[in-house]
Design a protein around this ligand. Sequence first.
Ligand code: 0PR
Length: 366
Amino acid sequence: MRGLSKMRAKDLNYDRILSSMCTPPHPIALKAHRKFQETNLGDPGLFPGSAELERQAVGMMAEMLGHPQACGYLSTGGTESNIQAIRAARNAHGFRDGNIVVPKSAHFSFDKIGDLLCLEIRKADLDDDLKVDVGSVEDLIDENTVSMVGIAGTTEFGQVDPVDRLGRLALDSGIHLHVDAAFGGFVLPFLEGDWKWDFRAEGVTSITIDPHKMGMATIPGGGLLFRHPEDLDRLAAYAPYLTMARPTALTGTRSGAIAAAVWAVMNHLGREGFTKVIDRCMALSRRMVAGAREIGIEPVIEPVMNVVTLQMDRPEEVRSDLLECCWRVSTTRSPKALRLILMPHLTYENVDLFLADLENVLNRYS
Ligand code: 0PR
């Protein structure tokens, strides 16, 4: 154990991490996770309690996403959910040399998908607010398009695509529409505003939502939901020797710990608890933006969710200078900016300390 402790001590704690979409799990999620660690959802007949928790956790997310009848499973995270959603869409079309149309802001998991599923990845332009341009999507779709993708909470800027309009285009053209809400899935339902980005938007066929990001569950906790059961069924393999003959997950063996963690944290926090968490993260984000403005820096967009991007000429240099004060931040590609995620582990005090260090670093350049 001493060897392990030595290695664990090398890992950072989350205090000064502003670059991550993960956060320490809620204590109740951790407790639940430990209790179910050795169970296996890959053979659910042996662990019916864990399987029931998964069904209920998926049901709670389905309700949150505006379609209580939606079906799906708990994956290892956004990458697996995106792969499986596109695989289901491709299988629905029954051909292999197709394409998918994703926004230029899509997560790099879609590049992996192109490679894995032998699909051409077509990238649609963004508008000035960094949302996908629906006209550009329309120009890129053709008879070989197996799916369009909209993002509810882009990785770099936390922006939300016009899913509603994409949904109408999807219905008109008979193409699947997958929404990647890996990050935004546990943010948008708790924000004020009339977002129509989930199953409430007609035409949305599947949604990626990650409990291990803003859902405060344990890693690896992903979610994938489908509007139509037949799409989930398109992922099924045949394994008659298991207690479930037609498993749909990408991985075989998978711990029930995540089902327990998601179930526990969703029941414990409920709508009210999550709203408090999100309110606080948004207040931290507003403080970050206001403090940045005081030292003459503007955000790229007014934050939609708890992702703050600050315009500057040389964000990579600022990033490495901030490392001297032990701050971990990241940068964006286009437009270039310093990227900060205000996760639940951050405090007002640390936001202020960060802003003071940022001002010092920027003064070196002036
Ligand atoms: N879709 C979106 C919109 C995402 O932001 C991410 C990950 C994924 C899909 C893929 O999810 P998984 O990583 O669960 O497969 N977004 C973060 C990113 O790649 C993940 C992350 C988390 C990165 C913590 C760094 C980190 O320290 O930027």
